[in-house]
Design a binder for this molecule. Structure first.
Ligand SMILES: [Zn+2]
Length: 272
């Protein structure tokens, strides 16, 4: 059933709503050698965002994910050009701890560009709870940063068990589970219920019918974050999934903008 609430009707009619903005908490940027993206550059991504009513995108550049030495600088350059539209996450790659040390040393001088950190544990082959990352988690806790972690169900790098291990130790960190431990929805919801500082990032979850309803039924509507992996996937698909799910308009607003607004307010203030 396609929902027919007043909010949904207004979206279907106008395509986007100024009074219900969308904040995308999970994106990337720049070309990716193995795939063709029609709009990977920041100017082009702004077109995609404007078409869908996305006010702000929190992202880590593709270059930062796989070129530790240079990629975070790319992210900072883009945010500093469009500070009202983009916020950066500094990528941490435990295979290059000398570079991580360098980046932590300059983080405080780059708060205008970075609101937090990004772990890509399974790709970097360093588990979220690896001892190498202890000092990074402590660093993030001290500053109450957002830490977005790629998470996926099963495996031993970034599943529910690793999230729980770090969430227990670092309650000051705002820990966003990118992809919500994909496929292990009950475990992801339980983590959000057990820890008030843990969030379910819905990137890729939109393709699974029933997951949004399950999260809302478990009572974590205030802990769900809209995300798309832009430029990999269209914000229109994500927004359509939220509008079509069997949830309330309050839930939809929580997902599309309210939760992100509360989360971002102190982080953006720290960068001014
Ligand atoms: Zn991603």
């Amino acid at each position: 059933m396609i929902a027919d609430s007043p909010l949904v009707k207004a979206f279907w009619e106008h395509g986007r709503l100024d009074e219900c903005p969308v904040i995308d908490m999970h994106g990337h940027m720049g070309p990716w050698p193995a795939i063709y993206f029609p709009r990977p550059e920041p100017e082009q991504m702004l077109v995609s965002m404007d078409q869908a009513g996305v006010r702000r995108l929190v992202f880590s550049s593709h270059e930062a994910l796989f070129s530790a030495a240079t990629g975070n600088d790319y992210t900072a350059r883009v945010v500093r050009r469009w500070p009202d539209r983009f916020s950066g996450l500094m990528v941490i790659n435990g295979n290059y701890m000398d570079i991580v040390e360098r980046d932590m040393a300059r983080f405080d001088a780059m708060r205008d560009a970075f609101i937090g950190l990004k772990f890509l544990a399974a790709y970097h082959n360093v588990a979220l709870d690896d001892p190498r990352y202890d000092k990074v988690w402590a660093f993030a806790a001290e500053r109450k940063l957002l830490v977005t972690c790629h998470t996926w169900g099963h495996g031993n790098m970034n599943g529910p068990a690793q999230v729980r291990a770090v969430a227990e130790r670092f309650p000051e960190v705002r820990l966003s589970m990118a992809h919500s431990c994909y496929g292990m929805w009950e475990e992801a919801a339980q983590l959000a219920r057990d820890f008030p500082h843990v969030y379910c990032d819905l990137t890729a979850v939109f393709e699974c019918r029933g997951a949004l309803e399950l999260f809302c039924e478990r009572g974590i509507s205030r802990r769900m974050l809209f995300g798309t992996d832009l430029p990999w996937f269209s914000p229109l698909q994500g927004i359509g999934s939220v509008l079509s799910a069997d949830i309330t308009d309050d839930d939809r607003r929580n997902i599309l903008h309210r939760n992100a607004e509360s989360l971002l307010a102190p982080l953006l203030a720290a960068g001014r």
